[in-house]
Design a protein around this ligand. Structure first.
Ligand code: ASP
Ligand code: MG
Length: 409
C-alpha cells in the first residue's frame, strides 16, 4: 500500500517526539508499505514566528510573512528525514516548492492549484520515505505561499490525492473524532466512522480535529482519511463516503463554537436591494458570514442579525460604517458573549423531530435560544456563551450519544 501520514505540531514538538514519529514511520515502511510523511512545524512555532513578525511591523507584508512562517516546517522535515536515516530508513525531505505544490498568489491563505509531485514519486519509487513540508506551496511568481492556519492537513490530503495513496492518516494529539468535546462531556464516545459531510460540518463548526478545507478536498477527491493519535496504538476514526448504516442514528455529534459574534442592524429599510448592498460591503471586506436572520418589518424598516468571526468584528463595523441607505443611518449592535451550539448527523435526512428535541433539551435547562439555523444535516442555535458547557452536555444526553449506536430510531 501507499500511505500518506501527517503529523501535527504536538507530535513533532521536540527531538524525542520527532524520533517517536520516525520509529512509527519506520515500522510501517518495514511492513512493506510506501510512505510519504507530511509534517507541521513544532508546536507553538508558527505562533512564535507570527509574534516576531508583528513586533517588527504592525501589518507585515504578506509575501515576507509567508517566507517567515514557512520556515517552521522546513525545520521539522529536515530533522525527521535525519531521524529516519538514523533509524536505518532511507528518507528525503522536500519543501513545498520541491514537492511541486503549486498555489495561487493569495499569500497567507493560498489555494492549491496543482501538485506535480514528480520528485516525491521518484523518491518513493527508490524506496525512500518522502518527507514533505506541510502548509506551504509556491506561487506562479515563484514566491513561497502558505495555505492558512492548520494548512498541513490540506497538504497531506492533496499529496495523498496526487500520489494516489490508498489512505491518508492524520496523526494528532487526540485519538479520533468524538461525539462531543471530551473535555466537556465525560461520556463522549470516539466514533469508529463518520462520513465526509458530517466531518465537514463538525470541522467548520469549530471541532478542531481537521482543517475544514482539507476535509472538503478529501471529499472531492475521495481520499479516505483516518484521524488517530501519534501517542497510542489505538485505531482512530475513519472519515469516508456515506453509507446506509450512517443514517440509522439521527445525530452523530454535538459541537460548539465560541469564536462568533452576533451583529444586529436596526432600522434597515425594507425594500429590494438593501440586504444586497449591506452584505456586498461585508463580503468585500473578506468576512465570512454565517447565520443570517431578518425580522418581520414594522413601518417600512426591519432588523437583520448575523454572525461573524469575533476576530473580524472591527473590520465588520468599519465596513458597515460606510453604508448609507437613503437618508437613514443603520444602527449597529454587536454581541460578543455568545456561543453557537450545533447537532450534526446525516441521519437527520431520514429522521424528523430532531429540531424539536434539541429545543426541548435546551429549554429544560432554561437556556434561551437567540438564533437558529439549519441545513440538511445540521441544526445550530446561538445561546449565551456562559451556558456553552451546560448546553453541550444536555444535548449529548438528549440524543443518547454516549451509547454505541446512539438513540436509534
Ligand atoms: N504550522 C501551521 C499552523 O500552525 C500549519 C499546521 O500546523 O497545520 O497553522
Ligand atoms: Mg492541526
Amino acid at each position: 500500500m501507499l500511505i500518506v501520514q501527517k503529523y501535527g505540531g504536538t507530535s513533532v514538538g521536540d527531538l524525542e517526539r520527532i524520533r517517536n514519529v520516525a520509529r512509527r514511520v519506520a515500522k510501517v515502511r518495514r511492513e512493506g508499505h510506501d510512505v510519504a510523511v507530511v509534517v507541521s512545524a513544532m508546536s507553538g512555532e508558527t505562533d512564535r514566528l507570527l509574534g516576531m513578525a508583528h513586533e517588527m511591523h504592525e501589518a507585515p507584508s504578506e509575501r515576507e510573512l509567508d517566507l517567515l512562517l514557512s520556515s517552521g516546517e522546513r525545520v521539522t522535515i529536515a530533522l525527521l528525514a535525519m531521524a529516519l536515516e538514523a533509524e536505518g530508513v532511507g528518507a528525503m525531505a522536500f519543501t513545498g516548492r520541491q514537492a511541486g505544490i503549486e498555489t495561487d498568489a493569495e499569500h497567507t491563505r493560498a489555494r492549491i492549484e496543482r501538485i506535480t509531485g514528480e520528485r516525491l514519486k521518484a523518491a518513493l519509487s527508490e524506496g525512500k520515505v518522502a518527507v514533505v513540508a506541510g502548509f506551504q506551496g509556491i506561487s506562479p511568481h515563484s514566491d513561497v505561499t502558505t495555505l492558512g492556519r492548520g494548512g498541513s492537513d490540506l497538504t497531506a490530503v492533496a499529496v495523498a490525492a496526487a500520489v494516489k495513496a490508498d489512505r491518508c492518516d492524520i496523526y494528532t494529539d487526540v485519538d479520533g473524532v468524538y461525539t462531543a468535546d471530551p473535555r466537556i462531556v465525560s461520556g463522549a464516545r470516539k466514533l469508529d466512522r463518520i462520513c465526509f459531510e458530517e466531518m465537514l460540518e463538525l470541522a467548520s463548526l469549530g471541532a478542531k480535529v481537521l482543517q475544514t478545507r482539507s476535509v472538503l478536498f478529501a471529499m472531492r477527491h475521495s481520499v479516505p482519511l483516518q484521524v488517530l493519535s501519534s501517542f497510542t496504538d489505538e485505531p482512530g476514526t475513519l472519515v469516508t463516503e456515506e453509507d446506509k448504516d450512517m443514517e440509522q442514528v439521527a445525530v452523530s455529534g454535538v459541537t460548539y463554537d465560541r469564536n462568533q459574534a452576533k451583529i444586529t442592524l436596526g432600522r434597515v429599510p425594507d425594500h429590494p436591494g438593501v440586504a444586497a448592498s449591506i452584505f456586498e460591503k461585508v463580503s468585500a471586506a473578506g468576512i465570512l458570514i454565517d447565520m443570517i436572520i431578518q425580522n418581520v418589518s414594522h413601518e417600512g424598516t426591519t432588523d437583520i442579525s448575523f454572525t461573524v468571526p469575533k476576530v473580524d468584528l472591527r473590520k465588520v463595523k468599519e465596513a458597515l460604517a460606510t453604508i448609507t441607505v437613503g437618508d437613514t443611518s443603520l444602527s449597529v449592535e454587536a454581541e460578543q458573549d455568545i456561543a453557537k451550539i450545533s447537532v450534526v448527523g446525516v441521519g437527520m435526512r431520514a429522521h424528523s423531530g430532531v429540531a424539536a428535541q434539541m429545543f426541548a433539551a435546551l429549554s429544560a435547562e432554561k437556556i434561551n435560544i437567540k438564533m437558529i439555523s439549519t441545513s440538511e444535516i445540521k441544526i445550530s442555535c446561538v445561546i449565551d456563551e456562559r451556558y456553552t458547557e451546560l448546553a453541550v452536555r444536555a444535548l449529548h444526553d438528549a440524543f443518547s450519544l454516549g451509547n454505541p449506536g446512539g438513540e436509534g430510531t
